[in-house]
Design a protein around this ligand. Structure first.
Ligand code: PLP
Length: 304
């Protein structure tokens, strides 16, 4: 099989098969989860909203005082290079900034670490599985863990601090659900591991304002809803309000919007996809095909 068929990584200026990409055991990326990242989807041979993902990545790096030597053009070229090497037409493409190793082994000064950038891609990821849109997703609200507060780890910087999500995922899987949504300490919904959430309440599309990543799929859906004449509200969403919701949906670059049919004991839209979700899902996939939002991948002219 072609070396890069399962994906490729760009690390230290080298392209390697994704399964062979390595970072040192003393890198703070590993020892302290000291990493920010972003994920841009490639669909039908083009990046979707690449500049928005690059801008969010830059903001995440600044928030964490990460300054790898690779500048914007090197980062952009690395993203093209990994996808081009893999030949993938639909891919999950990650860009990562890591704190790196301390300049003096054992030193505890975050300003004195060799920050570095790497990128990798694998075949397109559907966070909830490829058939989630058809069957609907079952979510669980975690009882035993809350989202880490934004004044401890700001979720607007996309990061690898997933201890809260992982605990929540164990709870959800043990309860027979597909995934988890975490509340904040005031009892408002935040987000789940790899996705934002919306509820349709009285015909309005509501999504949490704070305590979550400002997801690019979430932004796309807010724009599409406005264009479709659906009222939107970005505000605190207390768990208690979900009892009145007609629909719920989850959204991510890894699969777009998907209907949530069950939230613990609550069933939305009789266990099927609701009409607002269906409209937004159709509009999302139409937008994924629009040239204005796409950056074609610089594939080599000869197929790999
Ligand atoms: N929330 C978290 C914690 C995420 O990790 C992600 C994406 O991976 C999202 C939300 C959705 O963001 P986006 O739509 O930009 O993929």
């Amino acid at each position: 099989m072609y070396r890069f068929a399962n994906g490729a990584a760009w690390i230290g200026g080298e392209l390697v098969p994704v399964a062979e990409a390595r970072i040192p055991v003393t890198d703070w990326a590993l020892t302290h989860s000291d990493v920010v990242y972003d994920v841009v989807p490639v669909w039908d041979g083009a990046f979707f909203r690449l500049d928005d993902h690059l801008a969010r990545f830059r903001a995440s790096m600044e928030a964490w005082r990460l300054a790898p030597p690779e500048g914007p053009e090197v980062i952009r070229a690395a993203l093209h290079a990994v996808v081009a090497a893999s030949g993938l037409r639909a891919a999950y493409v990650a860009m990562v900034a890591a704190r790196g190793q301390p300049l003096v082994p054992g030193e505890r000064d975050p300003r004195r670490c060799a920050n570095h950038f790497y990128a990798w891609c694998v075949p397109y990821v559907h966070v909830f599985g490829a058939d989630a849109a058809a069957r609907g997703v079952r979510l669980h609200i975690a009882e035993g863990v809350r989202r880490i507060p934004p004044d401890s780890v700001d979720p607007r910087a996309k990061n690898y601090h997933w201890g809260d999500f992982t605990r929540g995922l164990f709870e959800a899987k043990d309860a027979g659900a597909d995934s988890v949504v975490l509340l904040d300490h005031a009892g408002n919904l935040t987000e789940g591991p790899g996705f934002n959430v919306f509820a349709v309440i009285g015909g309005r599309l509501v999504t949490p304002a704070e305590g979550c990543l400002e997801g690019i799929t979430r932004a796309t859906l807010l724009e599409l809803a406005a264009a479709e004449g659906i009222d939107t509200e970005t505000r605190a969403l207390p768990r208690s309000e979900l009892a009145e919701a007609q629909e719920m949906l989850a959204c991510t670059s890894g699969g777009g919007p998907v209907p949530v049919t069950h939230l613990d004991g609550h069933v939305f839209a009789n266990g099927a996809e609701g009409p607002v979700t269906a409209r937004l899902r159709a509009a999302y996939w139409a937008r994924m095909a629009e040239a204005d939002w796409r950056t074609p991948v610089a594939y080599p002219s000869a197929a790999p």
